[in-house]
Design a protein around this ligand. Structure first.
Ligand code: ATP
Ligand code: LTN
Length: 345
């Protein structure tokens, strides 16, 4: 139990998640593995969804590109069903309490503890010490601040974020023990059951914004003709049977997964529908289904991007809602840590 004013009513748990604005468009894997699930959770949870732009500058970045991507991703989230009225939806840098709480958490995090984060070890090893920043090292404590500010109960993330969630739980417990009950200790909701989408050209690697081949990725803002072409040229196998078998038929299995998620049909239904038919039939139909699915999403995104004032208004409204919660938590934290209260001038 926490004792801050941002405590949640017992019947509606708070979920919190976000994905960095590090590409010009979300891809189908982001939609199926993340955004779609957040959108579905909005009705049964109190959802806090945000764009971690402060996290995006922990590695090399370009200012103009960052601003453009943040806007585009914001529009795509809304187009994909994140409702700015129902949820708390905002851009991280618009809520200064994230950076403020991160500093407080930095000061209760061990250097050795932070050094053990495998994502930091991997990324810094790849980049070399000279291009590795203090920001990248502190990435996990900023992420902990994102979560703890909102007293989130559940944090739906991929397996790669498990260690960061564990650190967040440890920091919450450490702070609570040392300074008094302040933070909800969040649960990681590792999205194991969520369909993982693979690269269309290399179907054993996940579809990724940093993937090798552009042809293997379905960008949600691509022209529909490009989307159809990518599906039609997806790598399959020498066999002819349309059957889900990730081990031996990764390409066909990936197409069946995408088809199933987009159409709502089960894999078994699809296997039955396509019994005795050729790979080409599956691809043509899936291309049609996918184009029908991405076209309204793309149109809605472009509509939102064509009205920047309205998009800004929605983001400002989200940031105000977020600050209402974040400022309360940060106030308690500062007070507990012994910072002198700031009086009105
Ligand atoms: P990168 O290529 O830089 O690792 P990414 O494209 O994998 O980036 P992230 O920003 O790491 O995307 O992930 C955002 C969210 O989308 C995460 O919750 C992640 O689990 C989900 N996601 C990303 N790729 C896929 C995929 N291929 N299938 C299912 N979910 C995915
Ligand atoms: N590190 C996450 C993005 C992220 C996040 C968060 C996710 C930043 N802060 C808080 C959940 C909760 C990633 O790379 N997927």
């Amino acid at each position: 139990m926490t004792i801050t004013e941002s405590q949640q009513p017992a019947d509606r748990q708070r979920i919190l998640s976000g994905a960095k604005p590090t590409a010009d468009s979300l891809h189908l894997g982001n939609y199926i593995g993340a955004v779609r699930n957040w959108a579905e959770m909005q009705s049964s949870y109190d959802a806090v969804i945000f764009i971690p732009d402060l996290h995006a500058v922990t590695v090399d970045f370009d200012p103009t590109t960052l601003a453009r991507r943040t806007r585009t991703v914001a529009a795509q989230y809304i187009a994909a069903g994140i409702d700015p009225e129902e949820s708390t939806f905002f851009v991280q840098s618009h809520v200064p309490e994230h950076a403020q709480l991160a500093w407080a958490l930095n000061c209760i995090t061990g250097f050795g503890e932070a050094s053990r984060m495998t994502q930091f070890k991997d990324k810094s090893a790849k980049q070399g010490t000279d291009s590795t920043t203090l920001g990248l090292f502190a990435y996990p404590t900023l992420m902990a601040a994102d979560i703890l500010l909102y007293q989130a109960d559940l944090v739906p993330v991929g397996e790669d974020q498990r260690q960061h969630l564990e650190l967040t739980r440890n920091l919450a417990q450490r702070f609570n023990t040392r300074f008094g009950e302040t933070f909800t200790v969040p649960e990681a909701t590792i999205l194991r059951d969520t369909a993982k989408i693979y690269d269309l050209q290399n179907p054993t690697a996940k579809m990724s914004k940093t993937g090798e081949s552009v042809n293997g990725t379905i960008q949600l803002l691509d022209d529909p003709g490009v989307t159809a072409k990518r599906i039609k040229s997806a790598v399959t196998d020498d066999d002819t049977e349309i059957r889900f078998d990730e081990q031996n038929k990764p390409g066909i299995s990936n197409l069946l997964t995408i088809y199933s998620v987009i159409s709502g049909k089960t894999i078994a239904e699809l296997e039955a529908d396509y019994a005795g038919r050729m790979y080409g039939h599956l691809k043509v139909d899936l291309a049609d289904v996918l184009v029908e699915f991405v076209t309204p999403l793309r149109n809605r995104t472009n509509e939102l991007l064509a009205d920047p004032a309205e998009l800004d208004r929605l983001l400002a409204q989200g940031a105000a809602k977020a600050r209402g919660i974040a400022a309360t938590t940060l106030g308690t934290v500062y007070d507990r840590m012994g910072f002198l209260p700031r009086k009105q001038a």
